[in-house]
Design a protein around this ligand. Structure first.
Ligand code: PLP
Length: 401
């Protein structure tokens, strides 16, 4: 069937939504790799470390014990309890196990929360650069994403004035993500408090996506808006084991929120996915309750890589970047390269820069427009030091004057 015919049959919902561009570029880089090209991939959104042994052992034990049947929709009691304890231990947050719903990765937990709260015509404020899925999820829920651009100069952080200006009577929700994918930037406690003061007397909910909260490098302390007493009834914390415990494929994420929101999320989830794998849930309990030195080791290694790549990229003419305080991404401005020609290729956009790097120098990155920020590239340093050294050398070569 032609594309035109296909689109007649597809729902307007599907036609509204964009496919994930980060997955597209990663797929293209993988294809080139499969063709035998020595591609260095800085486009991945997952840690390159193995899942901790004790989590794998718990999963194997679960299979052997026959723990392979349906579980409760919201997650097994011991996992909800382990998450409740983790939130207290690591984030100073008080959520009872009943205020937690486990989902199929952080992605589904966030999607179900948006579906539970956002109606058609509701507006959801999303600061840009944003994680690629936020606006698309709001569109799936028939809501309207209200994108508020932030700049390099303001270190990509939404200001209270910007938030106040974006509010309308239709505003239902604000989505915050600190540390951020794609910028790695973190909001300080004072900054979070200032933002919350703008909305604390309104019926505006906040999804606080804290996916990278364990991957922070000491400059800024992670602070959740759910710690603010006046916001406790309106903040939904989302997190997962995907990045903190290198468990992307296991698909264990969760939201913590007031019970009435959790009940609504669970109601939707019961009709869609039911729950995440029983086996993954057992692995997640072991990962959360086990020795957390694996997380510390990963954090220390990421910090070394961040410092290395930051130093290397800072020395390239035409590239400007801030030092990100968390996650495993750098988000340099490549505006200084635009309009210039390298090896016969004129670069007019960040897509041109990413394509030039991939095609001519075999370095895979993601152009900033995927994250609502033209003129930037996202580089992931979730690759070995040897790969990062190779990438840095190739990028220096690529942009030699
Ligand atoms: N939120 C952010 C900011 C992310 O970067 C990601 C994954 O890249 C997710 C949520 C979803 O993670 P999961 O793999 O747990 O669904």
């Amino acid at each position: 069937m032609t594309e035109e015919v296909v689109s007649q049959f597809l729902s307007s919902r599907v036609r509204r939504v964009q496919e994930s561009q980060t997955l597209q570029i990663t797929a293209r880089a993988s294809k080139m790799k499969a063709e035998g090209k020595d591609i260095v991939s800085l486009s991945a959104g997952e840690p390159d470390f193995p899942t901790p042994d004790f989590a794998c052992d718990a999963a194997i034990e679960a299979i052997r014990d026959g723990f392979t049947k349906y579980t409760s929709v919201v997650g097994i009691p011991e996992l909800r309890k382990a998450i409740s304890e983790k939130l207290k231990r690591d984030n100073a947050l008080n959520f009872s196990p009943e205020e937690i719903c486990v989902g199929v990765g952080g992605k589904q937990a966030i999607m179900n929360t948006i579906l539970a709260l956002v109606d058609s015509d509701d507006e959801v404020i999303i600061p840009a650069p944003y994680w690629v899925s936020f606006p698309e999820m709001v569109k799936i829920a028939d809501g309207t994403p209200v994108i508020v651009p932030t700049t390099f100069e303001q270190n990509f952080k939404l200001t209270p004035e910007q938030l106040a200006n974006a509010l309308t009577p239709k505003t239902k929700m604000l989505i915050l993500n600190s540390p951020s994918n794609p910028t790695g930037v973190m909001y300080s406690e004072a900054e979070i408090r200032a933002l919350m003061r703008v909305i604390e007397h309104r019926d505006v909910f906040v999804i606080s996506d804290e996916m990278y909260e364990q991957l922070t490098y000491g400059e800024v302390e992670h602070f959740s808006p759910a710690r603010i007493e006046t916001m406790k009834e309106k903040v939904i914390v989302s997190n997962a084991l995907s990045k903190s415990h290198s468990m992307t494929g296991w698909r264990v994420g969760y939201v913590a929120a007031p019970k009435w929101i959790i009940d609504a999320v669970a109601k939707l989830q019961s009709q869609m996915s039911s729950h995440t794998s029983s086996i993954s849930q057992k692995a997640a309990v072991a990962a959360l309750l086990g020795e957390q030195t694996v997380v510390k080791t990963m954090r220390e290694e990421f910090k070394k890589r961040r410092d290395f790549l930051y130093r290397e990229l800072s020395s390239i003419n035409g590239i400007r970047l801030n030092l990100p305080e968390g996650a495993f991404y750098l988000f340099p401005s490549v505006e200084g390269l635009l309009g210039k020609t390298f090896q016969g290729v004129t670069l007019n956009s960040s897509v041109d820069v990413a394509e030039y790097l991939l095609d001519k120098h075999w370095v895979a990155t993601v152009p900033g427009d995927a994250f609502g920020a033209e003129g930037f590239l996202r580089l992931s340093y979730a690759s070995s030091m040897a790969e990062l050294e190779k990438a840095a050398a190739r990028m220096k070569e690529a942009f030699r004057a």
